[in-house]
Design a protein around this ligand. Structure first.
Ligand SMILES: Nc1ncnc2c1ncn2[C@@H]1O[C@H](COP(=O)(O)OP(=O)(O)O)[C@@H](O)[C@H]1O
Ligand code: SF4
Ligand SMILES: [Mg+2]
Length: 327
């Protein structure tokens, strides 16, 4: 396995109290595989990813438990300089907001080139050639001329391609893309997602694709991990999830996707709001919003039940959710 996160815990100590952002997350990604991590805003998707990348703001964040095994090594046991060596070269991250992730006062050619001068010891001339190649690779038209341009001179979609090029530069084994298309309009979203999927296949990278939009991952993900209140509530091969969810929260997310064949119908929305992570409800954290909740849900936290060999659901009533109520 390329990456295995085991029982990860992260909390934020703030003046107002302790936010339990990640509460025992386990997931795994293999080479050549795409894992989509899904969940509403505030469910701990980014914090988990930042822990894997080693870029958490510590303090206020603190990893309080778990393991992050990457290529056989527990990253949490590495020193900061060893950790830095892993970042960029062996794993890289793509952020939602390319404009703030890129340096505004360096041309994109210089930024891409730096990857090669700093990490690979290439000359500036060689690095420039590689930068143009990369820009071609992510299909930026007129790469040889545009290599001199600055980030703000590119459209949102083209900037996101530059981010992808930066992440790909050193051919890392793992890429984490955190809402890479959320800021883009719908047609551009699909193009950028297709490009990312194509590169992932070609280089047999592991890809973690973080999104709050179940609609964008159907065609590209192999597996889906659904997060709620800092936990994985369902984890399954993508087709299983679309066929029938085994967790009421996943069902809610699926029912909230706009569908072309149901145009004009009022869109379903999960009632209520995600919990404050300083006060996570006891029992099943989803119970205040769950249409299937019963007394036991308010007191007993559901473990991740094995629905099948490749699938887990943290719901006491996963069978009912999957097959409908017993008659
Ligand atoms: N810098 C921070 N300070 C305090 N709490 C934070 C900070 N960043 C994240 N959190 C907490 O972690 C939770 C999960 O955040 P995040 O992982 O960014 O959610 P998302 O699933 O939207 O990516 C937030 O709801 C918040 O409670
Ligand atoms: S355990 Fe209960 S509250 Fe939680 S998702 Fe299942 S039915 Fe709903
Ligand atoms: Mg996020």
């Amino acid at each position: 396995m390329l990456l295995e996160v085991r029982d990860l815990h992260v909390e934020f100590r703030t003046r107002d109290g302790v936010a339990h952002a990640v509460n025992g997350v386990s997931y795994a990604v293999d080479a050549g595989e795409t894992l989509a991590v899904l969940g509403e805003s505030g469910s701990g998707k980014s914090v988990t990813a930042q822990a894997v990348m080693g870029i958490l703001d510590t303090p206020p964040a603190r990893v309080t438990g778990g393991e992050i095994l990457f290529q056989g090594q527990d990253l949490l046991k590495l020193k900061e300089d060893e950790r830095r060596g892993v970042r960029g070269a062996r794993m890289a991250m793509i952020f939602q907001d390319a404009l703030s992730a890129l340096n505004p006062v360096l041309s994109v050619g210089d930024q891409l080139g730096e990857m090669f001068t700093v990490h690979r010891g290439m000359s500036r001339k060689e690095a420039r050639t590689r930068a143009v190649e990369l820009m071609d690779r992510v299909r930026i038209p007129g790469a040889a001329q545009r290599v001199r341009d600055y980030p703000h001179q590119f459209s949102g979609g083209m900037r996101q391609r530059i981010m992808i090029a930066m992440a790909m530069a050193l051919e890392p084994a793992l890429i984490i893309a955190d809402e890479p298309t959320t800021a883009l309009d719908v047609t551009v979203q699909a193009q950028v997602m297709d490009l990312l999927a194509e590169l992932q296949r070609e280089y047999r990278m592991g890809l973690i694709l973080i999104t709050h939009d179940l609609g964008v991952v159907a065609d590209v993900a192999d597996r889906i991990a659904v997060m709620y209140a800092g936990r994985i509530v369902e984890s399954a091969p993508v087709h299983d999830i679309y066929k029938a969810p085994a967790h009421p929260y996943t069902r809610g997310l699926l029912d909230s996707i706009p569908r072309l064949d149901q145009k004009g119908r009022e869109l379903y929305a999960i009632k209520g709001l995600p919990p404050n992570l300083m006060h996570i409800p006891p029992g099943c954290a989803f119970h205040p919003r769950c249409p299937m909740a019963r007394d036991v849900c308010r007191t007993d936290e559901p473990p991740l039940h094995a629905v099948s060999e490749a699938r887990g659901s943290a719901c006491h009533f996963w069978r009912e959710c999957l097959h409908g109520p017993a008659h």
